[in-house]
Design a protein around this ligand. Structure first.
Ligand code: GRF
Length: 220
């Protein structure tokens, strides 16, 4: 069984979190099952109370907590994040419920190497409370998106999306539960594609588009 050993040659990733960490757990489980060929070398949170930190500790993954209020500026916070990432030779960064806007300090250090997960079919319902916005609008299908992080919030090149139908009886809780289940699969699939070099960025007009080098939509 693959291990999460830092001594192996698998790509090193860091997962940034602010909350429960069910998506972090999906990544940890995937490193154990072999679906994700990477080492999670750091879990970094901006919130001390994030349960994700407990999940990391249970999996013997190093953790760092940087309470953002302790930093005078967003740039100062990001500079410390970059220092923590570089210290561990992190190659890819995954935002899994990381609720912070970032600056060019982090973006420039990891250009096109930061993945974010969002609980809607972007560009619909960006920002906070996406699931509440989804139900309030009355759309019939929603889902989740993994995209590359750019300066504009929830607007970077889309890596992949999964569709989740909205049921007439859905509450925020029931819809969130189904979206989370989809997210756990989507995130593992996208992180594996990223670390294995399958993602290509192509410029199309004003936008950058992500292409998968060998995209098998049934391989989940
Ligand atoms: C996910 O729904 C993700 O899309 C959003 O925050 C949530 C994190 O959930 N950005 P968890 O902490 O991984 O359980």
């Amino acid at each position: 069984m693959p291990t999460n050993s830092p001594s192996s040659t698998r790509p090193s990733i860091a997962v940034l979190v602010s909350g429960n960490g069910s998506n972090l757990q999906a990544l940890i489980d995937a490193t154990h099952s072999g679906k994700l060929d990477a080492n999670i070398v750091l879990v970094l949170s901006n919130k001390e109370s994030a349960f994700a930190l407990e999940r990391a500790k249970s999996a013997n993954i190093p953790t760092v907590c940087l309470p953002h209020k302790a930093f005078a500026t967003r740039e100062a916070f990001d500079a410390q994040v970059v220092a923590e990432l570089r210290q561990r030779n992190v190659e890819w960064v995954v935002f899994a419920g990381f609720m912070r806007l970032i600056t060019n300090v982090l973006l420039d250090a990891y250009t096109h190497r930061i993945l974010n997960l969002h609980p809607s079919l972007l560009p619909a319902f960006p920002g906070a409370n996406a699931i509440e916005q989804t139900l309030a609008y009355g759309v019939k299908v929603t889902g989740c998106t993994v995209h590359l992080v750019t300066a504009e919030m929830d607007a970077g090149p889309i890596v992949e999306q999964f569709v989740v139908p909205v049921e007439t009886t859905d509450t925020v809780e029931t819809l969130a539960q189904r979206i989370h289940t989809a997210e756990h699969q989507l995130l593992v699939r996208c992180v594996q594609a990223a670390v294995s070099g399958r993602l290509r960025i192509e410029t199309r007009g004003p936008r950058q588009i992500v292409q998968w080098s060998t995209h098998d939509a049934t391989s989940l």
